[in-house]
Design a protein around this ligand. Structure first.
Ligand code: GTP
Length: 254
């Protein structure tokens, strides 16, 4: 398989056959240290409340761009709301409101005042309050996206807050990032590798990233890897399809 710089694909899933990929690099060959033990993938989707999907990843990887893209695709198809997290501001919520991707009343900002991972993993109270407030005010929802503040490769969500988690990394840091591993790269329900348009500028090899991500994640069909270029929305529809596939039943109209 050849991944050109503007093409999205998947490994560990059904969208791209990883059979033609080069063999794992030596770093990945030693085996993922963060791979989920058998039996710990996300459970069945809830049927009595909205599906909660966390979007996490390093600073600037494209989490807000992905949430905006998902809102553009999904807002007309499901009853959707968004919670954003920033440390000291409401920057991401303000961006989404200004972009007009979702009715502003459906967007709630959490100011964590602390390291982003604390608010999505250690003390999830503020985020749970925001999610429950949205559900109380807006009535039955199908989907709530919870965007974490930008953190690092160790930051993942508590499954007490969300039902599925998307981890977003980007190409700008070089093609070494997937083989550095960490729980987001190895264990997230969906790994998104964004900014494929920057690959030629930073000398990143997308095939290496695909191969190392697959090695870290164990090439599980239920936990794919998708490549995106959110400058041009390339791949966003595939992420949206993955999100829709997590819902318990056919999406309700808004
Ligand atoms: N070239 C390029 N730029 C992108 C892409 N996706 C996002 N960006 C830009 O990258 C910057 C950071 O994007 P955000 O979506 O704000 O990233 P984030 O992960 O939400 O950032 P934090 O919340 O600060 O951690 C912005 O200037 C985006 O316009 C992409 O696919 N390609």
């Amino acid at each position: 398989m050849h991944l050109d710089h503007d093409r999205r694909g998947a490994v560990g899933g059904s969208l791209v056959d990883g059979a033609g990929l080069p063999s794992p690099s030596s770093a990945a060959e030693s085996g993922p240290r963060w791979q989920s033990p058998p039996g710990t993938p996300a459970g069945p989707p809830p049927t009595d409340r909205a599906l909660r999907v966390g979007v996490g990843g390093p600073v600037g990887s494209g989490k807000t761009a992905l949430v905006a893209a998902l809102c553009r695709v999904l807002a007309g198809r499901v009853r959707l709301a968004v919670v954003t997290n920033d440390i000291y501001t409401t920057e991401d919520a303000d961006f989404l409101r200004a972009a007009g991707v979702l009715d502003p009343v459906r967007i709630r900002a959490v100011e964590t005042g602390c390291c982003p991972h604390t608010a999505i993993r250690d003390d999830i109270t503020a985020n749970l309050d925001a999610v429950e407030d949205l559900e109380a005010e807006l009535g039955r929802l199908d989907l709530i996206l919870v965007e974490s503040g930008g953190d690092n490769l160790t930051a993942t969500f508590s499954y007490g807050l969300i039902d599925r988690q998307i981890f977003v990394i980007d190409v700008a840091g070089g093609d070494k990032v997937p083989r550095k591993g960490g729980p987001g790269v190895a264990n997230s329900d969906l790994l998104v590798i964004n900014k494929t348009d920057l690959a030629p500028l930073v000398g990143a090899d997308l095939e290496v990233m695909a191969r190392d991500a697959a090695a870290m994640r164990g090439e599980r069909a239920d936990r794919p890897v998708l490549f995106t270029n959110l400058r041009s929305d390339t791949g966003a529809a595939d992420v949206a399809d993955w999100v829709l596939a997590q819902l318990p039943s056919p999406a309700h109209p808004r």
